[in-house]
Design a protein around this ligand. Structure first.
Ligand code: SF4
Length: 492
């Protein structure tokens, strides 16, 4: 058949109704996927992540073939090689793609001469975000979120927020309950394509992640039915008796295209309007979808490609051994969280921010090494997600361009919000001595080490001032040195 166009589909645009596939026609268009060797073996990718991305793409290819499309699924050394190979074989084809979701892939597509349609895998066009960013003195997510609520007319009544407030943070910061029965997480059975991919990758996947749109939709319904009502109050809690709590666990599917954020938003609003979902849960969840997710993507493009290289606090410590092996630490919180990541490549936003990134921040870990680790280990770690989240929010490497103050915290926060401290060899209340919690010691040491930089930041006044009240500062500095040396050796 004489096709006119080749439509290139990356592994994070797996949706028939968006991007370049929206107008695709089996009579005119052949579809191209490239599984590059670099994607598979270029870095230390988590096997669950590779399995999920590749198997989802291969399932999607079969769906397109069932619809009558000619699909080329090419294995090549690089994406560029795969695309160029196809264009050489069929010189009459013109190449078309959606604007890509990462700087690198966008450049590759531009270099091979693709024609682009707008990227509508988000709810906010890039130009609209730029227009918002140009009006801001500081890029407060809360301001962006409120504009989104108004613009999209979500949870609004007569120009006012439904429930009388823009957020319900007070209601939504409960620690994990002592005795509670979390609804069981549903697993997914593996099919022939899954097994083929697993054999290819020489791994055995868990049943955690769906690899089809049908499975992703099933997970969305499961969340709405079983978890959504209680999502808000426990959204920041960290529990030992449940790895997913009441979280939706759908970020991988929104990030690879199996679900569109608009579909998730509609499902959430429909459930809320049916009267079964309290406002604090509805607002907390919808904030993640129309607020945080869109804001982070907007900031990724706004801050530019070089942003990932920032290191404003001059943090040079190599990545700690505990990140690559959970048995390299005695800290109960970190060990449990890294173990969960080893199992299934996912933990929710609070362990990511307040334990892992916090640890990287207060130990002075090199931001780029930590960023690489986050990119490689998480199932949903798209470039656009991780660069602003790590460089700006997690380790404050951008000199405060994105967040006005660093998310540094001692053991008290983790103790309040989790089950971890009870079973730990360290004591979150102690900052000196052998039993001192490394988070508590290093939190103060971090402020002390960066005292000069942060004393210029009025939002840090209270924290820096707190240093003056520490009568044991010399002892704390000594303990911090021991802790850092122990962490470097994987012995703390
Ligand atoms: Fe983590 Fe410190 Fe609590 Fe131990 S005491 S679990 S290291 S916060």
């Amino acid at each position: 058949m004489g096709y006119a166009r080749a439509l290139y589909i990356p592994f994070d645009h797996l949706h028939r109704n968006y991007g370049v596939l929206k107008e695709a026609d089996p009579q005119q268009d052949r579809i191209l996927f490239v599984e590059s060797a670099r994607m598979r073996s270029g870095r230390n990718w988590h096997p669950e992540r590779l399995f999920f991305l590749i198997s989802s793409a291969r399932h999607f290819v079969e769906e397109l073939r069932d619809e009558g499309f000619e699909v080329d699924y090419i294995k090549a050394p690089t994406t560029r090689d795969g695309i160029s190979g196809l264009l050489k074989k069929f010189p009459n084809l013109t190449l078309h793609a959606t604007k890509q979701s990462s700087f690198k892939l966008q450049r590759t597509l531009e270099e091979v001469g693709a024609n682009f349609v707008e990227n509508d895998f988000f709810l906010t066009p890039r130009a609209l975000f730029e227009e918002w960013a140009a009006r801001q003195k500081s890029y407060l997510m809360e301001n962006f979120y409120r504009e989104q609520r108004k613009r999209l007319n979500v949870l609004m009544k007569n120009g006012k927020p439904v429930g009388g407030a823009w957020n319900f943070d007070k209601e939504n910061r409960l620690p994990p309950p002592k005795e509670y029965s979390w609804p069981e997480y549903q697993g997914f059975d593996r099919d022939e394509i899954d097994n083929e991919v697993a054999t290819d990758l020489n791994m055995v996947p868990t049943r955690t992640w769906a690899t089809t749109r049908k499975g992703a939709l099933k997970q969305l319904s499961y969340f709405i039915d079983k978890h959504f009502a209680q999502f808000g109050p426990y959204e920041d809690a960290m529990a030992l008796d449940s790895w997913s709590l009441h979280h939706s666990v759908i970020s991988p599917y929104i990030n690879n295209g199996l679900l569109h954020p608009g579909e998730v938003l509609s499902a959430a609003l429909e459930a809320f309007e049916s009267g079964t979902i309290p406002i604090e849960s509805a607002e907390g969840f919808i904030r993640q979808i129309i607020g945080w997710r869109e804001y982070i993507n907007g900031m990724y493009w706004h801050l530019g490609e070089e942003y990932r290289n920032r290191n404003g606090l001059n943090a040079i410590r190599p990545l700690l051994p505990l990140f690559t092996s959970s048995d390299k630490t005695e800290m109960n919180c970190v060990r449990s969280i890294v173990h969960d990541i080893e199992e299934r490549a996912w933990v929710h936003h609070i362990p990511r921010l307040m334990v892992l990134s916090n640890l990287a921040l207060i130990t002075g870990t090199n931001p780029q090494q930590f960023l690489d680790w986050m990119r490689e280990r998480f199932i949903d770690a798209s470039d656009w997600v991780m660069v602003p989240n790590v460089i700006g929010m997690g380790v404050h490497a951008d000199g405060g361009q994105m967040m006005t103050k660093p998310y540094a915290a001692g053991g008290a926060y983790i103790s309040r919000m989790s089950h971890y401290c009870k079973g730990c060899v360290y004591d979150p209340k102690l900052r000196v001595g052998e039993k001192a919690c490394p988070f508590t010691t290093l939190y103060w040491d971090f402020l002390d080490r960066n005292r000069e930089i942060f004393s210029k930041n009025h939002r840090m006044f209270q924290q820096i001032n707190g240093l003056k009240r520490l009568s044991d500062l010399p002892e704390l500095r000594e303990r911090a040195k021991e802790v850092l040396a122990g962490l470097d050796l994987g012995e703390i």
